[in-house]
Design a protein around this ligand. Structure first.
Ligand code: KG4
Ligand code: ZN
Length: 332
């Protein structure tokens, strides 16, 4: 079964062709970061307008790279939430119009399920049950996954998402948007123990997070001492990143121990972070757990993960109707 996945929930216009929910034939991502960079964050109206311009050329390019035609597509899968309403509507309209025009089934899928199932596009994917941490620009949520299609949220951030913390701290430090990758690069040259930043909600058994205090701690430091440069900037980035990585991985592994899960997954844009990956690996192997993390291009938003989620939803019997609408606040 050939699935076309379409993703327009935030600032990436993406389309991909995936066979049998596992084999990626093409994966095209057109990012809008240059458009939003000067505003220091995503401007929803600009995002929707740009999706309108990009979406059909991106679908065409995905077909071209896969060497397939629209008529070869068996199923269309589109992100219908959560995300920016105007941005989501572009993908949803295109997805269902293609479905109706081609006479093919289409499904609206949850963006977070896409992140959770991106690992299925790699050679080694965990079989359920497993525990999964979704860390992105909009979400930091921990799910127990007893089977594909069943996601039980057992922890989440009470305020900022981890990616949001990276982006806000980058802004404070005068680094480009989105801030995760630039902080990661600087942090790799710095000393993670230079500054001891707070780890909120660190009492044993608490599976929620809070990152707004950490962001404020960085802000207060910069207000007092100015924006650092050189080694001091690298040390600050490394120390901030260490605080995020420590708190994310500690709770993930603690939750897996509590539930007796031996396989753990980290996904979403922030899972591209080098320190989160290495610390999670260290802590997982210490506890004899197997860690799964998609390659960076499958961590950040893409159409292939939406195709994978659509394929699984279709197999469970999910079908969308032409009345399918975007749901900006859809909870998984
Ligand atoms: O999953 P994603 O592409 O979009 C959302 O669904 O939000 O995640 C984007 C987030 C941004 O906040 C970005 O700064 C962060 O992922 N990110 C990173 C890294 N690469 C991307 N955060 C930390 N380290 C990275 N290397
Ligand atoms: Zn995402």
């Amino acid at each position: 079964m050939l699935v076309l996945g379409i993703e327009t929930s935030c600032d990436e216009t993406a389309a991909a062709l995936v066979e049998e929910g596992r084999r990626v034939l093409s994966d095209v991502v057109s990012t809008q970061t240059d458009i939003h960079q000067r505003w220091g964050g995503v401007v929803p109206e600009l995002a929707s307008r740009n999706h309108l311009v990009q979406v059909l050329p991106v679908v065409d390019e995905a077909l071209r790279r896969a060497g397939r035609q629209l008529s070869d597509v068996d199923l269309i899968s589109v992100t219908s939430g959560p995300g920016l309403l105007g941005a989501l509507l572009v993908g949803v309209q295109v997805g269902k119009s293609l479905g109706v025009a081609l006479g093919r089934p289409f499904v609206g899928v949850n963006h977070l399920e896409g992140h959770l199932l991106a690992i299925r596009l790699t050679a080694e994917a965990p079989e359920p049950p497993f525990l999964a941490l979704v860390v992105s620009g909009g979400h930091t949520s921990l799910y127990d996954v007893p089977e594909i299609g069943r996601y039980e949220c057992i922890g989440a951030t009470r305020d900022d998402a981890a990616g949001e913390a990276f982006d806000k701290v980058a802004k404070i430090l005068g680094l480009p948007y989105p801030g995760g990758a630039p902080i990661d690069r600087l942090a790799q040259k710095g000393n993670p123990r230079a500054i001891r930043f707070p780890r909120a909600m660190s009492a044993p058994g608490v599976l929620d997070w809070s990152f707004s205090g950490l962001k404020t701690a960085v802000l207060q430091r910069v207000r007092g001492e100015g924006v650092p440069s050189g080694t001091a900037l690298e040390d600050l980035c490394a120390s901030f990143q260490e605080a995020v990585a420590d708190s994310l991985t500690k709770k993930l592994v603690a939750a897996a121990r509590k539930l007796g899960r031996e396989r753990i997954l980290i996904c979403g844009g922030v899972a591209a972070n080098s320190r989160i990956r290495s610390l999670a690996e260290e802590r997982a192997s210490y506890r004899d757990m197997k860690l799964f993390v998609p390659p960076p291009n499958l961590c950040t938003d893409n159409g292939a993960m939406i195709a994978a989620a659509g394929y699984e939803a279709y197999r469970r019997g999910v079908r969308s109707e032409p009345s399918l609408n975007a749901n900006a606040a859809w909870r998984l």
